[in-house]
Design a protein. Sequence first.
Length: 202
Amino acid sequence: MLDLSKYQGIVFDMDGTLIDSMGSHLRAWQQTCETFNYPFDVDYMHGLGGIPTRKTVEILNDKYQKEHDPDEVALHKRDFWLAMGESPVIIEETVNVLKHYQGKLKMGIGTGAERPHAEQMLQDTGLLSMVETLVTATDVTHGKPHPETFLTVARNMGIEPQHCVVFEDTQIGFEAATRAGMDCILVQNGQIQMEGLSRLLK
C-alpha cells in the first residue's frame, strides 16, 4: 500500500479513477458527436475527461466551428449514456487506497460530473458514505482544469491544499490539481502509475 502519511487529505476524481466508466462515456460521446456532426476522435475526447459536459460542448463548438446549444447537446449525451444501462464498476487499485486510509486521513471526491449523476454512481458502488465531501460540476463555477473543484474539496475537509494529494486519470485533472497546489498521482487503465511517485512520497 502507498505510504501517504505525509498528507492530511486525499482527493479522488471519480470517472476513470474510482469508477471504471470512461469507456461508456466515450461511447456516449461518439453517439453524440455523430448526432451533432462533430468529428469523433477517441483520444481527443478521452483527453477532455474531467471537464463538465456543457463545457466540453463549448470546446467542441469552438474546435469545429459549430453553434450547437450546449444544454441540448449535454442532454443528448446524458440520455445516450443512461440508455446503455451499465452498472458502475469500481477500480480496485484506487478504491483499495480509499479503504485503507478511511478513518486515518480525510478524503473527498472532486468530479466533473453533475451532482445527481455522481451521487447515483457513488451510492451504487457504496463509495459515497466513505468520503467526507463530494464536489461536482454543479457545485463550482469553473470546472477542471481550473483548480476550483479541488480547492473546494480541500476547504470542505478543512485542510490546506498543500497538504492534499489527488488521484486523477487525465492530464486536465493533473493540471487542476497542480494549479490547486496539490501533489497528483495519475491512474491509467485502472493502474496507479508509479513513475514520479518516489519523488512525491519521500
